[in-house]
Write a protein that binds this ligand. Sequence first.
Ligand code: PMP
Length: 397
Amino acid sequence: MTTAEKRAELLPGGYGRSSFFVGKPPPRAVAGEGYLLRDETGAELIDVHNNFSVLLHGHAHPEITAAAVAAARRGACFGLPNAGELEHAEALLARVPWAQQVRYTNSGTEAVMTAVRVARAVTGRDRIVVLSPAYHGTADPVLVSSAATRGVPAGTLADVLTVAPDDVPGLRATVAEHGSQLAAIVLDLVPARAGNRPLEAGFVAAAQMLAADCGALLVVDEVISFRHGLGGVALSLYDLEPDLLVVGKLIGGGFPVGAVLGRAETMRVLDPAAPDALLHGGTFTANPVTMSAGRAALDLYDEAAVARLEALGARAQERLGAVARAHGWDVVGHGSVVRLAPQADDDAARTRLWWEAYRDGVLLSPSGVLSLSTPMDDGVVDEIAARLDASLERLSG
Ligand code: PMP
C-alpha cells in the first residue's frame, strides 16, 4: 500500500463527504486564488466546481479574505451575540424585501431542517410535500427527495409525500388527499437533480395557491439558486413571496452557513421569549467570521455583478452546448450554473468525464455541474470549453 493509499484509509472510502465521490480517491486541494486551484501534486486547474457553487467570487477574494481575517483577529466566536450578525442580516434582508427576519444556521441542511420545523410548529401539522428528484441536504425529513433514505426512520418517511417537478395534477391530487395534514410544500425552484432548469411558472403558482388554500406554508429552498438574482429566482423569475426562504452557500463568503428568512409573524416561533417557542441552537451559528466574510461576499454581488455573471453563464451554455453536442452529450442548466449530461443517464460516464477534465486542468463537480465565479471572464469560459472539448474527444475516442 502506498503512503497515499494508507492515508486515504483514515476516512471512510477515502472521502470526507459522500456528496463528492469520483471513485478512487482524488488528489487533494492545497490552495486557490481567483478561479485557479492547486492540488497536492502541484497541478493547477480552472476551478469551475467552486465547492458546489459556494465560491461565487472564487478562491481567496482579497476583500472577503480581509473581512474574514479581521473578524478572526477580533475573536473566532463569542457567547454574546455579535454585531456582525446584524450587519449581515441588514444586507441579506435588503435583497428580499418581503422577509422581515432571518435566523442563521451552519449549513443549508440545518436551515432546511429548521424551516420544516418552523412550518410544523406554526401549523401544528406533521406532513410535508417535497419534490423528487431534488436535493435539500441531508436532514431526515427531506432525504426522500434525493431517494437516499437509508437510516431515516419509517415514521419520518411516513410524513413525507413526494411529487415530481412540474407535475401539477400530481400536486393537486396529493393536496386534495392530505391537505388538512400538510405543514409545508417545499420547493427548490431550480432543482439540481432534475437538470438545473427552473420549474414551470404554472407549477410554482399552483404550489403557492394550493399551500395557501390548505393552510400549509410554502418553503422555498434557494441554497443554490439565490445567485441567479439579487434576491434569488423567487423574486427575479417568479415574483414569488413564499412563507419561508432558505438560503446558504454564497451568503457565507466560503464559510459554513445557512439561513431561514420569513415574515415576523412566521418567524415568531423562533423568538426565545415566545410562550410556544421552538428550540433552535447552534454553538457556531452566526459566527463572526462567517458573518463578516458573507457580508463582504454579498456586497460584492450587486445588481451589476449578478447581471454580468448571468450573461457569462449564457455564453457558457452556448459554448459548452456546442462542444457537448458534438460529442453526444447535452448541456442543461440555468444562468451561471451549467450541467454537462450524458444523453442517457450514466454515472460511470460522468465519473470518466470528471477524471478526463481533471487531466485537462478543469475541476468539475462529480455530477458534471459547472458553477461560474465572478473572477472569470469570456476568455476563461472559452478556455474551459476548449479544454472540455479535448476531454470529451478522448472520452468518445
Ligand atoms: N438545499 C439545496 C438546494 C442544496 O443544493 C444544498 C447543498 N448542495 C442544500 C440544501 C444543503 O446545503 P449544505 O450542503 O450546506 O448542508
